[in-house]
Design a protein around this ligand. Structure first.
Ligand code: AMP
Length: 119
């Protein structure tokens, strides 16, 4: 496994370290999944790598393609386990034009019965 990076100013690194609480939905050696604090929909999860990567734009295919594949591959299971039985959306906001607010790579998994608050 590659070295774990931590950014001491990053809110999601603080969640990984347990210094800021979160409602965890799943965890393994590589990823943490928790409920978004401001959900758009009945199911709104954030999947993050535990290591600090600022955004999708910072990834390198040679180093990160397999990790990104594993991250995406978690989505169907997470959706199902959390009650999004009828479809879901996966979103990765990247950079300022992409609407990224937290600069620690994360994938939103959004679903559950409509109407949703957004989207
Ligand atoms: P993005 O615009 O893709 O960077 O989205 C960042 C997401 O992180 C937003 O949907 C926020 O509601 C969510 N968020 C920010 N702080 C927390 C937190 N402490 N716990 C859970 N979700 C958070």
């Amino acid at each position: 496994m590659t070295a774990m990076h931590v950014d001491s100013h990053c809110i999601f690194c603080k969640i990984v370290a347990g210094h800021i609480p979160s409602r965890k939905a799943y965890e393994d050696d590589e990823f943490l999944v928790f409920h978004d604090i401001a959900p758009w929909a009945p199911v709104h999860l954030l999947v993050i790598p535990k290591t600090h990567i600022a955004s999708l734009a910072e990834t390198d295919p040679a180093e990160h393609a397999a990790m990104l594949g594993r991250m995406l591959a978690l989505a169907p299971r997470l959706a199902k386990e959390n009650g999004a039985d009828n479809g879901f959306r996966t979103v990765i906001n990247t950079g300022s034009d992409g609407g990224q607010e937290v600069y620690h790579l994360h994938m939103h998994v959004i679903g559950g019965p409509r109407p949703w608050a957004k989207g």
